[in-house]
Each structure stands twice: as structure tokens, then as C-alpha cells.
Design a protein. Structure first.
Length: 119
């Protein structure tokens, strides 16, 4: 679930790609950005994705945000948003990878079981 090496680096790049795409698609349509709170809605999941904190959940939140953007903007940018949906869904399915906070919090643990001594 938390691969390292080349696969972990690829997942790190995928997280950065999804985060960048979320902010790009959200702020490319400045008519949607009416307050600083709207910017926070786009930027805070992107930051969590970059550092790998609860990445599958924030990737799904990104899909929901992009669905709202698609609804508000219409079909003009459907191809770009469809690619962004796909990237986010792939990230949610694969997980954050070994280079993330999730790997540190929920990663592999070493359990040492002491042998039972008979009396």
C-alpha cells in the first residue's frame, strides 16, 4: 500500500499533478473565485495531497470540487476536467505511496512477539 522506490516517486508525482490540476482548474475560471474562502476550498486539499495527508480522501474531495466546477462552468472545459477526474480517481485507488505522511502514520509496522515462557 505504501510503495517506495520508483513506484513511490511516481505516486508522489501523481499527487503533485492532481493537486496542481485542482488549483489550476479551480482558479482558471476566476468567475468562481468570489472570496478568499473559495480559494481555500481549492488550495487546502491541494496542500494535503502534496504532503500526502489522507490522500485518497482528499483526491475524492477534489473530484467533488471539480464536478461543481464543471457544473458551474459548463461543457467548455470538459476534456480537461475529465482528465483531472481520471487522475484523481486513480490516485484515490492507488493510495499516497511511501513518500507521504500517510505512510508515516499508517505504514508498515514491525511487531515483535515475545515467546511465551512456561512456568
Amino acid at each position: 500500500m505504501f510503495p517506495t522506490g520508483v513506484a513511490g516517486a511516481a505516486l508522489l508525482l501523481l499527487r503533485i499533478l492532481v493537486a496542481t490540476n485542482l488549483v489550476w482548474e479551480g482558479t482558471a475560471h476566476w468567475t468562481l473565485v468570489t472570496s478568499v474562502w473559495i480559494v481555500i476550498v481549492f488550495v487546502s486539499p491541494a496542500i494535503c495531497l502534496c504532503i500526502g495527508f489522507l490522500a485518497p480522501y482528499f483526491a475524492l474531495l477534489g473530484v467533488a470540487i471539480q464536478l461543481v466546477v464543471l457544473y458551474e462552468v459548463g461543457g467548455r472545459h470538459g476534456f480537461h476536467l475529465a482528465l483531472s477526474f481520471l487522475f484523481s480517481l486513480v490516485l484515490a485507488a492507488l493510495g499516497p505511496g511511501g513518500y507521504s505522511i500517510d505512510a508515516h502514520l499508517f505504514g508498515r509496522k514491525l511487531l515483535i512477539v515475545q515467546p511465551h515462557k512456561c512456568p
